[in-house]
Design a protein around this ligand. Sequence first.
Ligand code: CS2
Length: 511
Amino acid sequence: MNAASTAPETLGPALLDQLPAAVQTPGYDRTTLAPGMAHLGVGAFHRCHQAEYTDDLLARQFDRWGVVGINIRPPTLADTLGRQGGLYTRLIRENSHIEARIIGSIVKVVDSQASPAPALTVLSSRDIDLVTMTVTEKGYCHIPSSGALDYDHPDIVHDLANPHAPRSVPGILARALELRRATHGRPLTLLSCDNIPTNGVILQTVVRSFAERRGNGLADWIAVNAAFPSAMVDRIAPAVTQDDLDNVEQWFGYRDAAVAVGEPFRQWVIEQKFAGRVPRWDLVGATFVDDVTPFEHLKMRVLNGAQTTLATLGVLAGLEHTSDAIADPLLSTFVRRMLVEETLPTLMPVPGMDPTAYIEQSLARLKNTAIRHRNHQIATDGSQKIVQRLLNPIRDRVSQGASIGLLSVPVAGWMAYLIEASDRFGRRWPASDPYAGKVAAIADAAGRDATALASGILAIDTIFDPGLAANETFRAAVTSALGELLSHDPMTAVRHSIEQDEAARLKRSKQ
Ligand code: CS2
């Protein structure tokens, strides 16, 4: 036997009936699956979340709900999922537990990085009734502090000048809707699955604001024919590594370039507001509700808030993954205390969920050592994340006159993360954030002066709403934490905030 014939085969439809028994395969006849929806942004999260729910649904109630996966940004899909006929292995991992399953819901992939045409063809097709998307927080081209479309965003400037050749998500969606209006006129549901607050409202705002500028009646057509439900999505599914691909080959004997790895927990709460046909994801674990807000607050403030806290403080403490950060006794004490003392009282009642138990469950999820979620990955684009994860709960507490000494530490953590990445501070790590340049310029001017650094950054009103930025308690807490985080012993900030919180608690209990 020559080397070529012993090389493991690559996953694809022909291999489905030859896989080891430990690998579950689709429970429906994939050859008859026709496309009914599209997904923008096929990354690890989509493969572990919406595509899996859809796969569950197809096995339970088969219907025309195949997914066309579209990427308008790297990576390209043709060489990975495309080559495998859309099939991939989804691993669920929790410490030593491993569960492997082939997901079959993606019927086709389309690369539209070089030109919007392939994406527009799919999105405007009459077969597509719904578009889900995970395009990251910054993909919406909105202003984080207000949720409005950022007309100064270079891609928006470009797309308004070239509406037939758009490159931004709002521009592409507006053009697709325009093409739908001009051809078959069928309605479309656009379902955001990104962690931005009221994601449906923001998506609707950016698409409609863009369409209004076009001024050809498109905005009115959209108001009647498109729906933008909000959704809360949840499953921890980090960027896939070469180790993950190698593991599949070693454990199961075939190659898969599109493996996705997630934790066992998953959740999807979707606002019941659709235009036309919708997949019955509610039959397979998703929840359709009238108002997503309480669920969204709970998830972004607790789970995502904890992740951002552990990520930025974790990097500053020299720790690599979420699971390393939460294994650190000081950071673990800090994050639990922050969530219980300060975040929890800001949460709205959530039907059927106990917020205290949710906090414990979230912390337990973050301890999963088989999920190699890098702190740098979570810290990426922090400017687009801190509003919903940290600043909104802080604002709620400030308005109640309640303490914010703990929640302010990760805000300073985000600042320190970008400051330390600047030239002036010796570029300790490469930081990827649309505001990295702005923060670096502030660091250049302010040097090591924590007060000047904090006030320079707090003055960025597209992140910090001016009312909050002017609050003296908030400014003082952020400035003092930032000074300590930038010192030779960054964890002093964490220790101090815990001590201060403890002292305040004791004082209150004696009153
Ligand atoms: C993470 C999220 O990278 C990040 O910003 O906090 O991707 C997080 O893992 C998911 O929201 C979990 O559902």
